[in-house]
Design a binder for this molecule. Sequence first.
Ligand code: RFL
Ligand code: PHB
Length: 388
Amino acid sequence: MRTQVGIVGAGPAGLMLSLLLQREGISSVVLESRSRAYVEQRVRAGLLEQWARDLLIEIGAGERLQREGLVHDGIRLSCGGALHHIDFRRLVGRIVTIYDQKEVVKDLIALLLDRGGQILFEAEATALDGLGGSSSVIAFRHGGETRALACDVVAGCDGFHGISRPAIPDGVLTVYERGYPFGWLGILSESPPASDELIYAYHERGFALFSMRAPSLSRLYLQCDPDEDPARWPDARIFDELRARLGGSCALAEGRVLQKSVTPMRSVVVEPMQHGRLFLAGDSAHIQPPTGAKGMNLAFADVVFLSRALALHYRHGRTDALDAYSRTCLDRVWKAQRFSWFMTQLLHRFPDETAFDRRRQLADIAYLAGSVAASTALAENYSGLPLE
Ligand code: RFL
Ligand code: PHB
């Protein structure tokens, strides 16, 4: 098999890249280790920045998104029994959309296959060869056989646990990393959301996030230990804790818990995001705590930059944009890291915190709630910095 761009991974990054390349007349093949059913059911992110929504519509994958996506003008911060509204539409003229990542993935897969794109499911990439030479080969296992995909360029869109990043020789990458002493217990509940917009709750018992997926489906998160066992959280305990952390600022309806799991939290960025013919995009190059809702959006931004650079390369023989790929992405990635860290340190309890730290957090929230300058900065970052 041969193609121009070999893409490892059919998450948001890999699928969007294949569609963007197709629009530029560049061929690609997507290799995905899991089955189609598996990637279409994986519960993950939920929030699209304004420009990411616009991108999905522009590429032709926005029909269901525009019908079923929940458009929010802002978010609410809950603290000390009060709810503070940060109104993105008023402050920066932008909105955000709640639309589950698995729905985004479903729509992108359907569109790509409909347009004659190539995705091989249950095709696990096992090795990347020739990254420093004139062409590369991705070895993969498919249907019990070992096969090879020859390509000009490899796009490593295989997430944080993929093979692309580890395929880069030792000593080439600088890894910037920060751990957090907590995780999130994520819950999907058959109950109407507590509010029409997301609530980020600061509370002495720990952080809680009240999100949603549909008018009768809530997505809820509780700060917990990073190695917490979800089995220790029967439904009644979950709702007692959510109600306590919401602090009476609005009513919370109980419902059947459909799913619960614990996500530990980490910030990681690798530099550079390119090695020879391999370009990393999305979670394979960077992850951040979900408090800023940045992961899927950053994955899309990376592949927009990569597809533009590849178009210039194939159309005009230019390599300047490809050479600048890592720098271009990292500028945005670090701003997203900063914002995700800001939201995380603002709202969580830390085991080694002092009374001074708590007072400072409360002052920060009061400043956000009361200052147009501070809330505009939050609105601008949360709803998505412009791509250009
Ligand atoms: P993905 O989605 O992990 O896709 C990688 C794909 O590569 C496949 N793969 C391989 N395929 C072939 N061969 C191999 N050797 C392979 N190894 C791996 C995998 O099966 C998979 O299909 O990475 P991508 O495309 O970079 O997308 C990143 C996003 O998925 C991620 O950043 C977000 O989910 C993060 N995230 C959020 N992002 C947002 O933008 N907004 C949010 O509100 C948000 N909330 C969240 C989140 C992530 C969370 N968790 C579970 C980590 C909330 C949570 C709780
Ligand atoms: C979600 O709805 O899953 C979600 C929303 C916002 C976040 C994190 C997760 O910051």
